[in-house]
Write a protein that binds this ligand. Structure first.
Ligand code: BV8
Ligand code: ZN
Length: 244
């Protein structure tokens, strides 16, 4: 558990911060029971996420990729936001300027009430047509395989950013703006290996932000952040708001 002096320091910095940016990864949803990407529970039928979350995998075997997403949709549909998600909603309410960039596709930040957010890797409850590019919400659990576009008949894909695909331009723009303008960046529950999100801490640091990391373990970013709080997000994030 993080030393109380670090917690006190971060709490003071948060209270004084005028412009807060938060970056979250799978670790914040782990406390809701959603398997992380690279943790022990990140495998499905012996496939690694990195091998399935690619355009090539979908082109080669769209049925297999949709079966993987159906497995995740069924699992995520039963999960609720946790105290860390809710504390971030409270932070959004309190801070004069706030933005959340999440790498998570589970939609739990939205369910918790976050509004000022970019889902930079997409959202598992959205589908996109590979023909007319129409994006729509689809909460079928499971989604019928294979799903086709009601407008143009083309195959539907998850509206998710796969490895080898560029993030949505609007999100990249928004993230660049909020990383360069924030005076405090909170990085919560990410292993810091997937780019461009893994570079966000250094972008903010170079722009003069105070950077705080919350994670169970050290990450490649731990050496460049100002404070690294080691522990579970559901325990630590609420403590940053109010001393209990
Ligand atoms: C891009 C959607 C430009 C899928 C995801 C070669 C060819 C092509 C690209 C590349 C290449 N080499 C490198 C790249 C770039 C690549 C990349 O970075 N690869 C890595 C693996 C080296 N990036 C991309 O491709 C990105 N696009 O760069 O575009 C481009 C275009 C073409 C060619 C070149 C460049 C797109 C990246 C997006 C990929 N999509 N998800 C899906 O979900 O179905 S990424 C996937 O990883 C998830 O979104 C996840 O969020 C993300 C990051 O993982 P984490 O969130 O950090 O989760 P992880 O399990 O790793 O870690 C959990 C952490 O939580 C741990 O640290 C753990 O300690 C901690 N934790 C656990 N429990 C708790 C906790 N902390 C606190 N409390 C707890 N209770
Ligand atoms: Zn279509």
């Amino acid at each position: 558990m993080a030393p109380s002096s670090d917690l006190r320091l971060v709490r003071q910095r948060l209270a004084a911060a005028r412009n807060i940016t938060v970056l979250t990864g799978a670790g914040i949803s782990a406390d809701s029971g959603v398997p992380t990407f690279r943790g022990a529970d990140g495998l499905w039928r012996q496939h690694r996420a990195e091998d399935l979350a690619t355009p090539d995998a979908f082109a080669r075997d769209p049925k297999l990729v949709w079966e993987w997403y159906n497995w995740r949709r069924e699992l995520i549909a039963t999960k609720q936001p946790n105290a860390a998600h809710r504390a971030i909603v409270e932070l959004e309410r309190r801070a004069p300027a706030f933005w959340l960039a999440t790498q998570n596709v589970d939609g739990l930040h939205r369910d918790a009430g976050s509004q000022k957010l970019s889902e930079i890797h997409g959202n598992i409850w959205k589908v996109r047509c590979t023909g007319c590019q129409a994006v729509s919400e689809n909460r079928d659990v499971p989604i019928s395989i294979l799903p086709f576009c009601p407008h143009c008949g083309a195959l539907l894909r998850p509206h998710i950013v796969w490895f080898g695909e560029s993030l949505f331009a609007a999100d990249l723009q928004q993230c660049s703006t909020v990383l360069k303008s924030c005076d405090l960046l909170l990085v919560i529950g990410t292993s810091g290996v997937v780019y461009p999100a893994a570079g966000f801490a250094s972008v903010a640091k170079e722009a003069g932000a105070y950077v705080v990391e919350i994670n169970l373990d050290p990450t490649p970013q731990s050496s460049l952040v100002d404070v690294s709080l080691q522990g579970r997000a559901k325990d630590l994030v609420p403590l940053l708001l109010d001393p209990t």
